[in-house]
Every structure is written in structure tokens, then in C-alpha cells.
Design a binder for this molecule. Structure first.
Ligand SMILES: CC(C)(COP(=O)(O)OP(=O)(O)OC[C@H]1O[C@@H](n2cnc3c(N)ncnc32)[C@H](O)[C@@H]1OP(=O)(O)O)[C@@H](O)C(=O)NCCC(=O)NCCS
Length: 184
């Protein structure tokens, strides 16, 4: 991927040098609560996400997640990441996610990062639809997706056995034409 520069952030592939900070915020139980991993999240878990002994610059296989680092433009501090997965069974469709360290939250940085990543998917990569799944208790990510103009388009009621309980999943989506309309 080409780096993306926003007002406060640089978005680029996750690299080996990011892994200690990446593992540290993923080890925060509040951050992991609605996410697929458990805590503590170790350096070995973080290594695995790069898919082997190479840095994250290689193009992932269709269907595989790419972790995009969101670093401070000035200091280079890793604040969080966006995750992007191009679907293997639908053309021009991607799923996204976003995770920011607790210290970097509440400043609009995650909205800035995911907004830029989604713009890139539509305007540079020519995608048709981008969607995200959210636990219905995870209000911060719902507010973020709504701020960006995602529609809540599905509720899967107690459909997911997750971390020892049935959970309800919400699906949010935005089409390329809605994205452009929303930014006009
Ligand atoms: C989802 C997550 C990234 C949202 O983080 P966040 O800090 O709430 O999001 P932002 O960085 O966009 O900040 C938005 C908040 O900052 C406030 N804010 C302050 N200054 C701001 C600015 N300059 N611009 C925009 N918002 C600003 C907003 O009002 C908003 O607060 P609100 O939601 O209480 O109204 C974070 O909760 C997280 O990492 N959670 C754990 C991982 C997770 O569950 N991810 C979802 C899986 S897809």
C-alpha cells in the first residue's frame, strides 16, 4: 500500500518495529473486550500478524487482513491501527476495523485514520462497498462509524458465541456513491 498522510497521522503498513507498542495496546483488556484476541497479547502473537519473517509491505492474499499502522506524523508514535480485508468471494468489497491505544482515544484520531483509509479504498482502489461489524455493546465504534457516514444495515441478534456468551452483532456499511455524496 502507498502511505496516506492526514492532518495528524501517517498511515502505512504495520512493521516489525511497531510490534512492541502494538502488542502493548492489544494487551489492554478494555481494548480487547470486543475483539477477536485475548489478553495478554504477546510479542509472539504480534509477530504472527505480520504473517512470517517479512514486514507488512507485501500485498496480503484476498480474504486476509492487512494491519495498517496509524502513527503520529511528528513523533512517529504508533497510536493505533486500521484493519482492512478485501473479500475473496465478492469483487470490490472490503471489511474494515479500527483499534486505537487508550492514550490516543477521545481526540478524533481513529475517525481521522479510518476515514482516510476508507477514502483510499473508494477513491484510489475503486472499491464499491466497505463494511464493518460491531458488537452492539461497543458504542464508541458505533459512534465512529456513524460519524463517518456508515449505515447500520443489519442486526444479528445473539448470533455469535463470543468470549463465553451469545453476543449481538451489528453490520455497518457504506457504498462508494454514498461516501462521495456524504463528502460533497
Ligand atoms: C473504536 C475506537 C477506535 C474509538 O476510539 P475513539 O477515541 O472513541 O474515536 P476517535 O479517535 O475518533 O475519537 C472520537 C471521540 O473524540 C472526541 N473528539 C475530541 N476531539 C476531537 C476531534 N478533534 N475530532 C473528532 N473527535 C474528537 C469525539 O467527540 C469523540 O468522542 P465521543 O465518541 O464520546 O463523542 C476505540 O474505542 C477502540 O480502539 N476500541 C477498542 C477496539 C475496538 O473495539 N474496535 C472496534 C472493532 S471494529
Amino acid at each position: 500500500m502507498r502511505p496516506i498522510v492526514t492532518e495528524r497521522l501517517l498511515l502505512r503498513p504495520l512493521r516489525r518495529e511497531d510490534l512492541p507498542a502494538f502488542a502493548a495496546y492489544r494487551s489492554d483488556p478494555d481494548i480487547a473486550r470486543y475483539q477477536s484476541w485475548d489478553t495478554p497479547y504477546t510479542a509472539v502473537d504480534a509477530e504472527r500478524i505480520l504473517g512470517g519473517p517479512v514486514d507488512g509491505d507485501a500485498e496480503p492474499e484476498p480474504g486476509a487482513w492487512r494491519q495498517v499502522a496509524a502513527v503520529d506524523r511528528v513523533t512517529g508514535t504508533l497510536h493505533g491501527d486500521c484493519a482492512v480485508r478485501l473479500l475473496a468471494d465478492q469483487p470490490a468489497t472490503a471489511e474494515v476495523g479500527v483499534t486505537f491505544a487508550r492514550a490516543a482515544q477521545g481526540r478524533g484520531l481513529a475517525t481521522e485514520a479510518l476515514g482516510a483509509a476508507v477514502s483510499d479504498l473508494f477513491e484510489v482502489q475503486g472499491l464499491h462497498r466497505v463494511f464493518a461489524s460491531a458488537d452492539d455493546r461497543n458504542r464508541p465504534v458505533q459512534r465512529l462509524l456513524e460519524r463517518l457516514g456508515f449505515r447500520r444495515e443489519a442486526t444479528f441478534l445473539e448470533a455469535d458465541w463470543f468470549k463465553g456468551e451469545w453476543t449481538t452483532l451489528l453490520v455497518y456499511a457504506v457504498l462508494a456513491r454514498e461516501w462521495r455524496e456524504g463528502r460533497r
